[in-house]
Design a protein around this ligand. Structure first.
Ligand code: 5AD
Ligand code: FES
Length: 357
């Protein structure tokens, strides 16, 4: 049993909050989410250095610019030494974690990645998070054994039809079951994270309320949500919106989801995401942190690769260096009276689970 008091909210209550537009009501929601965040995960903001180490991808996701049908981007894979350099830089900036993210790239062999993980593990104190898509169980286990601590795999939407439309199965393969994969990741011992996009064409308020209910049900340690940002190379931009109750992909909607997620999952780590910062470069990150989030993910990818990791257009921080992002984020965190977290920043939800199993 969790020691934290989860808000008990019905599906209809969640949906009503998602549909709420009165600013005085929303101010109540922000204040409650902020208080629950403070009580459960404190004022520290944990920094995760993001290394986007390959933009190759076998998938054909309609929402993502890295999809394999996009012939217009130049593909890259960082070398092991380049990744190690980034990890050392992240450690020197005081980050407690590196997040190694890539497309679903089978050019990255299990053995090669295990070796990189081992080296980071041996040479630094960093916690290692993987975000490399759906891979076979034996590979996920091998990376865990090599020293990877956490795994991120967003389920994107709990509406199965919508999911299949935006995330077609690979040729000759079964449709994936990300809920099952998340369960397996947890069983292997990963601190497990997931999340969704907000405002996918065809996504209704009911869908999004169900997504948020799933966050609680899956007992996720980390939950990342962000607005869907149409990519010109993704056919999703052309899909018609849901006939009734289409969720808008707005900044406001993203804050509502962050706040409700905090209420339902009080002890999870919740980032204020780059997609949010992309919609509001001035203060999107800060507002996310003041409405339930407690993590940010400064980009540590070498500048020459950043623009090529083109998931969606006009991504924040494409022209900055890792060091500029470090200073920028420190200043932003200080400006809202919060502190930078020390150490690995494991989620209290995970620590509690370890202690009780
Ligand atoms: N808009 C917003 N988020 C996106 N992602 C991928 N493409 C887009 C987009 N066009 C998110 C997905 C994925 C994560 C790495 O980035 O949720 O899981
Ligand atoms: Fe990269 Fe602000 S975080 S420039």
């Amino acid at each position: 049993m969790s020691q934290w008091v989860r808000s008990l909210m019905t599906h209809d209550e969640i949906r009503t909050w998602l549909e709420e537009d009165r600013s005085e009501q929303l101010d109540r929601l922000w204040a409650r989410a902020n208080a629950v965040r403070r009580e459960n995960v404190g004022d520290a903001v944990h920094l995760r250095g993001l290394i986007e180490f390959s933009n190759h991808c076998v998938r054909t996701c309609g929402y993502c610019g890295l999809n394999s049908t996009n012939r217009r981007i130049q593909r890259y894979r960082m070398t092991a030494d380049e990744i190690l350099d980034c990890a050392h830089a992240a450690a020197s900036y005081g980050y407690g974690t590196v997040v190694m993210q890539s497309g679903e790239d089978y050019g990255i062999s299990a053995l090669w990645l295990a070796d990189v993980i081992c080296r980071i593990h041996r040479e630094t104190e960093l916690a290692i998070t993987l975000s490399v898509g759906e891979r076979p169980l034996d590979e996920l286990k091998r990376w865990r054994d090599a020293g990877a601590d956490r795994y991120l795999l967003r389920f994107e939407t709990s509406n199965r039809d919508l999911y299949d439309r935006i995330h077609p199965p690979r040729a000759g393969q079964d449709r994936s079951d990300r809920f099952e994969l998340l369960r397996q990741l947890r069983e292997i011992g990963y601190e497990t994270g997931s999340g969704v996009m907000i405002g996918i064409p065809g996504q209704t308020y009911d869908d999004l309320a169900t997504d948020i209910e799933w966050f609680g049900r899956l007992e996720l340690d980390m939950i990342g949500v962000g607005p869907f940002i149409p990519h010109p190379a993704g056919p999703t931009a052309l899909l018609p919106p849901a006939e009734e109750g289409q969720v808008p992909n707005t900044e406001q909607m993203a804050y509502k989801v962050v706040a409700l997620t905090r209420l339902l999952c009080p002890a999870s780590n919740i980032p204020s995401t780059s997609a949010l910062a992309t919609l509001n470069q001035t203060e999107g990150r800060e507002l996310g942190l003041q409405r339930g989030a407690n993590v940010v993910m400064p980009n540590c990818t070498p500048t020459r690769y950043r623009a090529l990791y083109d998931i969606y257009p006009a991504k924040a921080c494409v022209d900055e260096t890792a060091e500029q992002c470090l200073h920028c984020l420190r200043a932003r965190i200080a400006s809202i009276g919060r502190s930078v977290g020390e150490g690995r920043g494991d989620s209290p939800a995970y620590i509690n689970r370890l202690a009780t199993t």
